[in-house]
Design a protein around this ligand. Structure first.
Ligand code: PMP
Length: 369
């Protein structure tokens, strides 16, 4: 007897599309017969891991037979001190994706809705739909969040608003005044998620630190990650900061051992590796400038970015260009799934990697794209 498992899956889950992972780099390299492949597709840190973090993860392996500390006591204490918030305000996640998912599972269900913007991070629609809630998607303004439209879109059943600042895949940002004015408009029973996965890269003076809103707005959750500027994407560790009441709810839903010992050990170590963070920021800043200068030379418009990636607009459909770059061993990210069919999102790499991408792109553009 076979069971139609699709029919018994949650209705929201039935509407989800399978995630299409890229080929492993080694396989692609073999397939293309190339000596090297450059991956500028997942907004990873091109420096490799912090040596302090790697050593800490290595040292923690002697505890592989043990469950991790379910409360994340040491890391939460360290973060609380660094960020000047209470230990009871944290929710640790298996990447910040996990925290976003916990937020959806805690506050959303069939009969409620979440607001986010067009070109929002792909995990928001997935997390919302998986729990059977309704997504209210507002049109973008200049590729960014239209906060007036988002405030106006909040309905009686809206429980959560998601905002990434800086935003992925566009890279643009909301300044302090804009965000403050928005928060003042949002009803207090609506949770506002400020997803700050890329905050360490934001270089402008008017960039808001979401944590500064927590004292005034008990409905705000700030999410952050060790995956980007801290270079620990492979270990999967991120966190949420909120009121203690929200953290309590999220921690009730959270699987007790969702963050591994190597991940917590490496995160603790990298928080002390100030030199690594500084280098991440410097390499990124130089890389963004290098990519944008390259796009300027090619006459290609791009969205000014505060993240570790830039979305560039091509004169043609981006998909064949993505494929052609792939054949040359340069992996970038087409963003058609975000309804940006002419854009490619390229993550900042090391100088040589950026050069290789720009040279390959130049050839394709010169050949007529
Ligand atoms: N938020 C945004 C906006 C992101 O781009 C990403 C990573 N692509 C995440 C959250 C999640 O990152 P992680 O789960 O690795 O912390």
């Amino acid at each position: 007897m076979t069971c139609d498992v699709f029919a018994i899956a949650n209705v929201g889950v039935q509407g989800l599309h399978p995630y299409q992972p890229g080929k492993p780099i080694e396989e692609l390299q073999r397939e293309l017969g190339l000596d090297s492949v450059v991956k500028l597709a997942s907004n990873e840190n091109p420096l490799g891991p912090s040596s302090l973090a790697a050593a800490a993860a290595q040292a923690s392996l002697k505890q592989l037979h043990l469950y991790p500390d379910a409360s994340g006591f040491e890391l939460k204490n360290k973060l609380a001190e660094k960020l000047s918030v209470g230990v009871d305000q944290f929710t640790l996640g298996n990447g910040s994706n996990d925290v976003l998912d916990l937020i959806a599972r805690t506050f959303l269900s069939a009969g409620s809705s979440a607001v986010f913007s067009q070109y929002a991070f792909i995990v928001y629609p997935i997390a919302v739909q998986a729990v059977g809630a309704r997504a209210i998607i507002t049109p973008a303004k200049d590729w960014g969040h239209d906060l007036d439209a988002m405030a106006a879109a909040i309905e009686a059943d809206t429980k959560v608003v998601f905002i990434a600042n800086p935003n992925n895949p566009t890279g643009n940002y909301l300044n302090r005044d804009a965000l403050a004015a928005f928060l003042a408009k949002v009803p207090e029973h609506v949770i506002v998620v400020l997803d700050e996965a890329y905050i360490e890269y934001a270089e402008v003076d008017d960039f808001p630190d979401g944590l500064t809103f927590l004292a005034e707005y008990s409905n705000v959750i700030v999410t952050r990650t060790f995956s980007k500027a801290y270079g620990l994407a492979g270990l999967r560790i991120g966190y949420g900061v909120s009121s203690p009441q929200i953290a309590d709810l999220l921690n009730r839903v959270r699987a007790p051992f969702n963050v591994s010992i190597p991940a917590m050990s490496a995160a603790l170590a990298v928080l002390d590796d100030h030199d690594y963070l500084r280098r991440s920021q410097q390499v990124n800043s130089a890389g963004v400038k290098q990519l944008c200068a390259g796009f300027d030379d090619l006459g290609l418009p791009y969205i000014p970015s505060m993240g570790n990636f830039v979305a560039v607009e091509l004169p043609c459909d981006a998909m064949p260009v993505y494929q052609a770059l792939l054949q040359k061993g340069v992996i970038v990210r087409p963003v058609g799934v975000y309804q940006m069919p002419k854009h490619l999102r390229v993550s900042v790499g090391l100088e040589q990697e950026n050069m290789r991408f720009l040279a390959a792109l130049k050839n394709l553009i010169n050949e007529g794209c």
